[in-house]
Design a protein around this ligand. Structure first.
Ligand code: UDP
Ligand code: MG
Length: 343
């Protein structure tokens, strides 16, 4: 999630950091390093290229160790085991010192030649520039179609419309990456998280190539994981400051019919038996049906459960903010006049 305070007071000491997660990509890394160097060296910027080996078992680390002796400005980080692409990107963000931070895949599907394109867009003042694989070179059924559906859903639900959340080739400002806390597979939601703290987002079409070596690390099951993450992101963005409002809504969904059923049975029984109102007889019949009685009590019980969960979540959210002295707002800048006024 985005931190809601300026947790990192450091300022960037370079102009560009390129962050690349690498997992079992031994055949690609040689061309990758060559292409990254060819793309960054002529930029006339101070830069670094950070490759994070996410626990590869195919000799990628050894190959990278050898390759970085041939090029300047490379840093490599090795994980003890495979922690996942988001964790690898997060390690890169922690290490990054660049005013602009660009991420891309190691499998050569993203083209390092697009780096200047993203940087030019960043120079227009955007906090995030997202690559859009307009002509995506992946299979339709198990890649492009689920991705189209996921992009549509993420855009709608987060309110940040992008064509391609899944494209790793993206540029972020230093401020954004230093205040991110990523969990699970959340790297694809960074634009939505950035927009929530007032970041500006742009999109540029980028090149995309078919995978030349090795195989994708993900299967179709990723779609389900993305949907679960989407629910988490939506909840955190919309309700993290007041969770009881969400639990209250779900509670009301069960509680309203439950209360109507219960009160109609009670009012009917009292009205028919004690006041002799004949028309209320049907409610007496209802209250004799075990299914009806169980159902109404169950719905009211769900209501109580959700409200109680909401209260617990409210306590949790206070612990979350107060234990880390996290405010519930985000400050962009603050200024004061040079001298305090004397009274
Ligand atoms: N990757 C990683 N850790 C993982 C899985 C993938 O660092 O656990 C890296 C992988 O080496 C590649 C990028 O993340 O650089 C994207 O992975 P992949 O190309 O398999 O995904 P796809 O392009 O099929 O979406
Ligand atoms: Mg790929």
């Amino acid at each position: 999630m985005m931190d809601t305070q300026e947790s990192d007071q450091m300022t960037p000491s370079l102009e560009l950091s390129v962050v690349v997660p690498v997992y079992n990509e031994i055949e690609s890394v040689e061309m990758l390093c060559e292409q990254l160097h060819a793309a960054c060296a002529p930029l006339e910027k101070t830069y670094e290229i950070i490759l994070i080996d996410d626990g590869s078992k195919d000799g990628t680390w050894e190959k990278l160790s050898e390759l970085i002796t041939q090029y300047p400005c490379f840093t490599i980080i090795q994980f003890r085991r495979n922690f996942g692409q988001t964790a690898a990107m997060s390690a890169g963000f922690h290490a990054a010192k660049g005013r602009a931070v660009i991420t891309l895949d190691a499998d050569l599907q993203n083209d390092p030649k697009d780096i200047p394109l993203l940087l030019n867009k960043m120079d227009e003042g955007y906090d995030v520039v997202s690559g859009w694989r307009k002509d995506r070179q992946d299979a339709f059924i198990n890649r492009k179609l689920p991705s189209m559906i996921a992009n549509g859903m993420i855009s709608r639900i987060t309110g940040v419309p992008l064509h391609d959340y899944g494209c790793t080739l993206k540029a972020y400002s230093y401020d954004i990456v230093k205040n991110l806390h990523l969990y699970g597979d959340m790297h694809r939601f960074i634009p939505a998280l950035a927009s929530w703290v007032g970041g500006t987002i742009a999109e540029v079409p980028v090149d995309h190539h078919a995978r030349r070596f090795g195989t994708s690390k993900y299967g179709i099951s990723r779609t389900w994981k993305v949907l679960l993450d989407l629910i988490t992101v939506k909840f955190l963005l919309r309700y993290s400051a007041h969770p009881i409002q969400m639990f209250g809504k779900i509670g009301a969904f069960f509680g309203i019919p439950g209360f109507i059923m219960l009160t109609s049975m009670l009012a009917g029984t009292v009205g028919y038996n004690f006041c002799g109102i004949e028309s209320l007889g049907m409610f007496v019949e209802m209250s004799k049906s075990p299914a009806w009685v169980i159902m109404s009590f169950m719905l009211v019980f769900f209501f109580v459960q959700f409200i109680t969960m909401g209260l617990l979540a409210e306590i949790q959210i206070r612990t979350y903010h107060e234990s880390q002295s996290k405010p519930i707002y985000v400050v962009k800048d603050s200024k004061a006049s040079s001298a305090a006024r004397r009274s």
